[in-house]
Design a protein around this ligand. Structure first.
Ligand code: GLN
Length: 385
């Protein structure tokens, strides 16, 4: 059998692997990042009504007009960004499809793409499948800062695409205005397009403000911005995401979309349109709850000997395991899920090499009782000798 080597050589994702192990061992799953309470009931009711009463046939290829308008209005209200709902907003089947569409739209064989590591696992294989050459800009613990020197070294006139994930999964960095301006300077000096994966835009803590990369001087024309209803409304199974950007770029992204999924189920689209119009208190409340959860989990993990790093946004915190034994991150997580009954995610799969292998990621988008149970299990596990 001959197959595309990029995909033939890939393991199952670390998220699926750890969730399967968690299920098998009835562990508390703080691995894969998904909330354990579904988002607003009014959104689910709105979607259910569409399922029963229609429309249930192919929706417009770019997305239902109501949803595209709601997405454009949300970007204007929240961030002061102006996008034309008709020609500059595209609805996708989850942010993962948005990543596929944008990477395939801008990369040709031999083109260079810069990935900022630690990087979400979707980016690299898709870039490689498009034939691109991947250049890594690797951030260092514990602060994971973007420095002008590293940016200048990675982003050159040969760079075709820069992929920015802000706030960052897995380390929960919310990049500062200075770091983003340095990135914009480097981009300006190159000829690159920026794919801004901003799916955690609502989840920034301690009064940090999310800054959209496209709002920086000169960046709107070269940036496409990816968003996710799953993350805003705790409906990750709905698979509703979007891309917005200048028409010239979006025309190409849309051409990819039409052959990847063509469209996204109409009931979910209209449920999300309802949410963006009527349920925007939800992400505000979620963000406050998550910040409290972060503090609770961080304190509990520190007491157990984890070296907890700052988490400025997202569902995740990362912690050093150096004081807890000799295992490397993956072996540590495998042992902890089997023997300790708690699942986390090792950080090394987010790096392509030269990896720090002493950090693990915990998801705190869970009910308080679940986090309490996880900490109680870990206490019993680490204190037993
Ligand atoms: N975004 C989720 C996480 O980081 C994983 C999604 C997935 O399993 N593909 O945990």
């Amino acid at each position: 059998m001959s197959a595309n080597p990029v995909f033939a050589g890939l393991p199952t994702t670390i998220f699926t692997t750890m969730s399967a192990l968690a299920n098998k061992h009835q562990a508390v799953n703080l691995g894969q990042g998904f909330p354990d309470r579904d988002g607003p009931e009014s959104m689910r009711a709105a979607a259910a009504k569409v399922l029963m009463e229609g429309p249930n046939q192919y929706p417009p290829m770019r997305g239902m007009p109501q949803l595209r308008q709601a997405i454009a209005a949300h970007a204007l209200r929240l961030h002061g960004l102006t996008y034309d709902a008709e020609s500059e907003v595209l609805v996708t089947t989850g942010a993962t499809e948005a990543l596929t569409d944008t990477l395939f739209a801008f990369l040709s064989p031999g083109d260079e793409i810069v990935l900022i590591e630690p990087a979400f696992d979707v980016y690299r294989p898709l870039a490689l499948a498009a034939g691109a050459v991947v250049k890594s800009l690797t951030l260092s613990p514990p602060h994971w800062r973007l420095t002008p020197e590293a940016l200048k070294a990675a982003i050159t006139p040969r760079t075709r695409v820069v992929l920015l994930n802000n706030p960052n999964n897995p380390v929960g960095r919310v990049f500062t205005p200075e770091e983003l301006n340095d990135l914009a300077d480097a981009v300006r000096a190159s000829n690159a397009v920026v794919i801004a994966d901003e799916v955690y835009e609502h989840l920034t803590f301690d009064d940090r403000k999310h800054i959209c990369f496209s709002s920086l001087p000169g960046m709107r024309e070269r940036t496409v911005r990816i968003g996710s209803a799953g993350k805003i409304f705790s409906l990750t199974g709905w698979r509703v995401g979007w891309v917005m950007g200048p028409k010239a770029l979006m025309d190409v992204v849309t051409n990819v979309h039409q052959f990847v999924t063509f469209a996204t189920p109409p009931a979910q689209q209209l449920g999300v349109a309802h949410g963006l119009t009527h349920e925007m208190e939800f992400p505000l409340r979620l963000c406050r709850e998550l910040q409290d959860n972060r503090d609770f989990l961080a304190e509990g993990l520190s007491r157990l000997g984890f070296d907890v790093l700052p988490a400025q946004g997202t569902y995740f915190l990362t912690a050093g395991i150096g004081k807890l034994g000799a295992d490397k991150d993956r072996a540590f997580c495998e042992r902890m899920v089997v023997e300790g009954g708690v699942a986390a995610i090792p950080l090394s799969p987010f790096f392509s090499g030269g990896t720090p292998d002493i950090y693990v990621r915990f998801a705190f988008c869970k009910q308080r009782a679940v986090l309490e149970e996880a900490l109680a299990r870990l206490k019993a596990y680490f204190n037993q000798g």
